[in-house]
Design a protein around this ligand. Structure first.
Ligand code: AMP
Ligand code: MG
Length: 344
């Protein structure tokens, strides 16, 4: 299959809409990461997303809409919980996904057989325009090969999926850089399943206390069932072996400088780089979690671009605010390999 490279103009957005409405696959920019979109109401089109990504069929997809009323118009959910109205008023359009009881129009492929469905209204203007041009809600997981770091540019998408999908629409770099916050409102108590650009504190300021699922910060045991199936898979990992190092600035710098080998790199904060003898990749300033979120996948892919690098020692923020999202992705990229020199 020849993958068409589209631009961010009216004509190409219309072309993307046409491909999608006839059951094709188009990677589109959003404010979080690039999404691999298909008509969410067409089970066969959705099946092709799983094939193109090599995604396990038991990992459900997020349905993207371009208007709150699309939820009712397309019978996406059986009931809109009160808290969903409140959260949507404050955080939609934006990087928040809400899980609700599934509606009659949702094919099993989208929900992976669950009785719930994940819905998001992205704020990215091009994403909204493509959804409108397609005339249907779009199921769209991240547009990467399953397991690899999520794509934040069209070039990342091409490097994973060229020849496997119909088109990529280039809308520039994604602003948030990490996938959306996922909260379920289908359980008795609202529960955070995946941290993202909208923080726990922000959510609690609107709907009161929420639970944080165990799998957000910890490794699931083999026999444990994941509330969010995506959490059980090794994720976001570059080809090199990543180890997280929890420590003070000085102890980290001393630690990596002892590993002075050509196949080893440091994924660190801006302030560390000048003191480190190894090759460095920077996430941003130590307290600037937004920059760390924005740069994390880009840096993991850059590391992948250097085949010499086999080992990476990474710094990781405290799981506070947007830092929780960075921590959640990094600890999975590291397969939970951690060295603690000093507690965070
Ligand atoms: P991705 O779009 O690749 O970022 O993946 C979507 C994430 O949302 C995965 O971690 C899924 O497991 C999760 N998800 C989607 N739908 C549901 C659902 N109905 N219940 C729980 N988690 C879901
Ligand atoms: Mg993904």
């Amino acid at each position: 299959m020849n993958t068409l490279l589209l631009s961010d103009n009216e004509k190409d957005i219309k072309t993307a809409g046409e491909i999608l409405s006839r059951g094709g696959l188009v990677a589109i920019p959003t404010e979080t990461v690039y999404g691999l979109a298909a008509n969410a109401l067409d089970g066969n089109a959705v099946k092709n997303i799983f094939k193109a990504k090599g995604r396990p069929m038991d990992n459900p997809l997020i349905v993207h809409i371009a208007d709150f009323d699309d939820i009712k118009r397309f019978s996406l959910v059986s009931e809109i919980p009160e808290k969903a109205y409140k959260l949507s008023e404050r955080f939609w359009s934006g990087p928040l996904t809400m899980i609700m009881p599934k509606g009659s129009a949702i094919p099993d492929e989208v929900s992976a057989g669950l009785d719930t469905v994940a819905i998001r209204f992205p704020s990215h203007k091009t994403a909204q325009a493509v959804i409108k041009a397609a005339g249907c809600p779009l199921a769209a997981p991240s547009a990467n090969l399953s397991g690899s770091p999520s794509p934040t540019t069209a070039a990342h998408v091409m490097s994973d999926l060229n020849g496997r999908i119909d088109a990529v629409l280039d809308g520039g770099e994604c602003s948030v850089g990490l996938e959306s916050t996922v909260i379920t409102l289908a359980a008795e108590k609202p529960r955070l399943l995946r941290p993202g650009g909208i923080t726990v504190e922000q959510l609690e300021s609107v709907i009161g206390e929420i639970e944080v699922d165990d799998a957000v910060l910890n490794r699931l045991r083999d026999d444990e069932k994941a509330a969010s199936p995506g959490m059980k898979y090794k994720h976001y990992a570059p080809k090199a072996k990543v180890t997280l190092v929890f420590s003070s600035d000085k102890a980290y710098i001393d630690f990596v400088n002892e590993k002075n080998e050509k196949d080893t790199a440091a994924l660190c904060y801006n302030g560390d780089a000048e003191f480190i003898k190894l090759r460095t990749y920077t996430l941003g300033d130590k307290d600037d979690y937004k920059s760390q979120a924005h740069r994390l996948f880009k840096m993991l892919r850059k590391i992948d671009g250097n085949p010499e690098i086999k080992k990476v020692y990474a710094r990781c923020p405290k799981p506070d605010g947007v830092g929780m999202a960075v921590y959640n992705r990094l600890i999975r990229a590291a397969g939970f390999e951690v060295i603690t020199l000093e507690e965070l």
